[in-house]
Structures are given as C-alpha cells and as structure tokens.
Design a protein. Sequence first.
Lengths: 346, 301
Amino acid sequence: MNGLWSDRKRLWLLLAYAGASAALFAAPLYLSDFRLNLLAKFLAFAIVALGLDLLWGYTGVLSLGHGVFFGLGAYAMGMHLKLNASGGKLPDFMDWSGLTRLPWFWQPFKSFPAAVLLGILIPALLALFLGFFTFRNRIKGVYFTILTQALVIIVTTLFVGQQAYTGGTNGLTGFTKLLGSPLRSDGMKSALYLATVIALIAAYALCRYLTTSRMGKVLRAIRDGENRVRFLGYDPATYQMATFAVSGALAGLAGMLFVLHVGIISPSMMGIVPSIEMILWVAIGGTRHADRRLDRRARPELCEERVVGGVPGDLDDFPGRALHRRDGLPARRHRRFDPQGSRKRS
Amino acid sequence: MAMWITQLFNGLSVSSILLLIALGLSVTFGLMGVINMAHGEFIMIGSYAAYLTQNAFKELLPGRMFDAYFPVALAASFLVAFAIGYLLELLLIRHLYGRPLDSLLATWGVGLVLQQIARSIFGAPNVAVNSPSWLNGGLHVMDGIDLPYKRLFILALVAVCLAAMYLYINRSHSGRRMRAVMQNREMAACLGISTRRVDGMTFAIGSGIAGIAGCALTLIGPIGPNIGTYYIVDAFMVVVLGGVGKLIGTVLGALGIGVFNTMFEWWSTASLGKVFVFLCIVAFLQWKPKGLFAVRTRQLD
C-alpha cells in the first residue's frame, strides 16, 4: 500500500518535472524577446540558489560570500567577451589605465573553452581554499558566515581598486560577439537561453544526485549533529569543503550565464547586498523545489537539535540529560520526554 | 620617524572607533548568539541624534551656548539608540533566539528599513555636523607630528566607555547577572535570573554604545544613511578575532585590526591592505579558532 502510494507519487513528480522542463524548453516559442531575456536571467540566478541550498539546507553552513563566486565566474566570461570585442588589441580600460600589454593572468581567457573552465574552476578553488582553512579548524556557524562576508568586502574592494586589470567600478561591458556570431542576434539569444535551461537542469540533477546519494545522508547528519558524525568516523570537514566547492562552482557557472544575458558585470553585482539577496531567494523560495521543501521541513528540527545539543555540560547529572542524549533519537521525540519543550530558553 | 608615529596614531584612532562599535556587538553576540546586522544602523541613529541636537541648539539657544551641545548630543545618542535597541529586542530579536542564521537575515532586513527611514526623514545626501570649537586644532608634539584634538577626544571617549563597561560587567549587580547568563544560560535561569530581562538590557546597552560611536563619528566627517555599513564588517572581524565574552579580547582585536590595517594600507594600496589583513586573520584563526580569548565552556555542540 505504502509502496504503491510512493510509486504513484514518484510518477506524478516525474510528470511534473517533465512538464516544467518542457515548458522551459519551449519558452522561446511563446515569450517575447524581452521576457525571454528576463527569464534567462532568473534561471541563471536559480542555479546560484540551487548551490546555496545544497550548502545551507544540507550542511547547515550559511555563506554570505556567494556574490564573490558568482562575480568571479561572471568576470571570467566577461573578460573573454571583452578580449573578443577588442579584436586582438588591448581592452579600452587597460589602455586608459596605461597598460601596454595584456597581463599574464588574463591571457588564457582568449580562448572560449579555457574561459568557461576557469570560470567554474576559480570559484571552486577559492571556495576550497577558504573551506580548507576554516572547516578543518572547526570554524563554523556564524564565524564562518562573518568570514565569508569579509571575503565579499575584500574582493569587491580589490576589483574596484585594481582598475587597470578589472575595469574598476565600471566593470566590464561593451561585448559584441561570442564564438564569432553577434551576441544581440535573435538566434544567439535563444541559443543562450537554451544553454541556461540545460545548465539549470544539469545543476539540478547534480544536486539531486548528491543529496540522494550516501553523501547527502552524511551531509544531513553533519547538519544535525556534527560531533556525532565525527565520532562515527567520518571527517565532516572534507564533506563541507566539497559541498562548498560545488556550491561555489555552481555560482560561477551562473555568473557566466548572467554576463551572457545581461552584457555587463561590475563589482556592485558581487557585493554584500547581492550576496545577501541570494540567501533570501533560498530562504523565501523554500517551497518551490522538492529539495527545498525537504530543507524547509528539516530546518525547525535542526534548530531544536542545536538547542538540545546545547544542554550545558554542567548539568551532567541532571536526569533529563540522559533522556536528551538517548542515542540520536529524532529531535521531535525529545519533547515527549521533556514536556517543558527543549526549545524553551528561559 | 615622524611618519611612523603619525601612522601609529592613525592606527590607534581607527582602532578606537572599531572598538567602540565592536564592544556592543561582542556583548550581544557573546550573550545571545545573535548576529545583529542592524548594529551599523544604530551607529547611524546615534549620528542623526547628534545632528538633531546640534540643530536644536542652533535654533533654540543663543550662539555662545552652541559649543555645549556635544555632551548633550553624546547623552542623546546613547539614549535614543538604547531605546530603539530595547524596542527591537522586544519586538523581533526575542523571537529568534537559538536561530543565529535566521536572526542574521531578519536584522539585516531591519537595517534596510532603518536606513530607508533615515533617507525619508533626512534625505539621501550626507549632512554635516559642526564640531564644537574647543575640539578644533591639534596637539603639536614635534616637527611633522600634529595630533588632532578630535581624534584624541575620541580615544579618551573610548577609554571612558571601556572603563564604564568594565565596571558595569564586573562590579554591578546587573552586570553579574549578565555574566551568569553568558556563562550558562540554563543554570542562571534555574537560579532565578530573568534571562529575558538580561537579554533585553544587554541588547539595549550594546545598541546605546553603538549610538555613542555614531556621535563620535560626526566629529570625523559628514554623516549619511549608509554610515553604518562602512564599519560593520570590520567590527564583526574584530569580534571574530578577539573572541566573544571577554572585553580584553575585543580591545586587542580592535587594536590588531586597526593598526595592521593602517600599516598595510600605508605599505601597499588601500585595496591590497584589506586583503593582507583578511589573510592575517584567517591565518591567525588557524592557530586559535575561537579568537584570542574565548570563554571556556563544557558545551560540545
């Protein structure tokens, strides 16, 4: 009975996914150019949101720094387009700032595959770098969040300050063509839109795969009780680092698509405010995707678990503690033992 | 030599402002585990309170009384920020305890609302507050070194605030209750301390100190609705570096960040200096993940 019901549910879910994908793929047929462009932009944002959800919803790590990863991807693609538009000469802003030749670190961005690859790899590596130095030392929760926010400030100041290399406050714009064909043509717009849809579906599939695999189980376990996972022999830092890197890479991918649709990237699009807005998409849009719904449902449990886990050590002999600590009962059941409710703080 | 001393003094000056801002943050963060993203807006509230006091003195009192406005402005900034902080705790923060990340987003929203309110009332452009004439000029130490009275005054103000805070936390009854709640909330509650009242009071005091910081900032430059956002991230870094729950940690954190920031910016450029400071902080946290001073507890999760 139960199995049948879940089979039917899965069928409906599959149908819904298929319907949504079909509607997205067919959008160029029934939407005007303007709206298509808008939709494409939103879909690019959805990719960031997916990555953030993977990180926040499944590992409980809140990053306020995804604007940076988004921006790095966007700058990678933007620089490729800019170099393309300048046609072998120096981009105009470098010329104004007195550079005579292209700096070495922008050289690889002349080729399209390299730019795409770097646009994903650089954010992932930066995330891995920051994750390596934080998660391994068990710097987590709000400390990590504050560090990511500082990262945003620093990277934006750096991009504004190094005008000769990054275009300063104005950022990069004035793109003309991609892979030889003009960016503003109708065919190109539809192609870019479809590429975004495919990227979004691929990103969704990746997140889905990660969360339903064993890794997803470990991630949720880390979220609910990091120390318990550690005692079971897992290394939470590795999982968190990997998730952070994947999440950063998705943000980079989204940034690249964003630049292709919008045609400009500047430091103000990677600053503190956009970064927090990204978090808000995930926080508010919680009920849309199946993954997010799961996450929503799990969140209150997570909080309870934290408070329960936070019963101070000085109460070691307190009888309630033995009940609280009963090997990993789901948080909800604790309340039955503890009629006061473990959530009450005072 | 003169250059070095000037830079060091600048560093100290930056540190003192950071310290004033971080003081309130570290107390609310340490006590309640709430990240108050609206803290910067309490600075703004303090600045505008000083601005209003100045205007009131200009309009209502004879000109020779004008210089006396600053002490009144200090008190007004503290009280206004204190009251609004208490209200915010009562209406919003109280319902978000135990959810640090949610409280972060909610207070960020509050910050936006406060900024917009300020923009609607006072307008988007910056407004200037005239410093009292007794703070103009500077102390001439030697050739090439002039220490402005304003900066010296801020240093003294910070010292006074710090001393008052120390006395309050360590010598007063309500400070003792605060320490008890910070060390072990459940046990303090069991012993009959109203943790709610302590939370509200602490949050209000933290906000009030931010208000004083805002008043001090009017001496340095013009003020605007966004004034808080310039300082808030650095202030958070001070808290992370110094560790929560101990005043001395906040003091050393502020000194470290202020002085190193000034030095690095002197040696390189302003944007690269910040990168170096960030790298230093991350490197430092490798050694002490909980910051310079952390209150030891036996809590695990």
